[in-house]
Design a binder for this molecule. Structure first.
Ligand SMILES: [Zn+2]
Ligand SMILES: [Zn+2]
Length: 61
């Protein structure tokens, strides 16, 4: 039930509020790390996608 938005990149711990990328498990990364990892989450091998700014619209169906 945790809808808390993560605000730090899990790799470099930079703040990622407006430019975060997440996988289906909500692993959170910054743009640079996401780019370095070729949009693949290192934790679950899922695809990293740009997180919508409005939490209410997430997850998208
Ligand atoms: Zn990062
Ligand atoms: Zn993941």
């Amino acid at each position: 039930m945790g809808l808390e938005m993560k605000t730090k990149c899990e790799k470099c711990e930079k703040k990622v509020q407006d430019n975060a990328y997440i996988c289906v498990h909500e692993c959170t990364f910054c743009y640079k790390c996401t780019n370095d990892m070729l949009n693949i989450c290192p934790n679950c091998s899922g695809e990293l996608v740009r997180r919508p700014k409005h939490a209410a619209s997430w997850p998208l169906s």
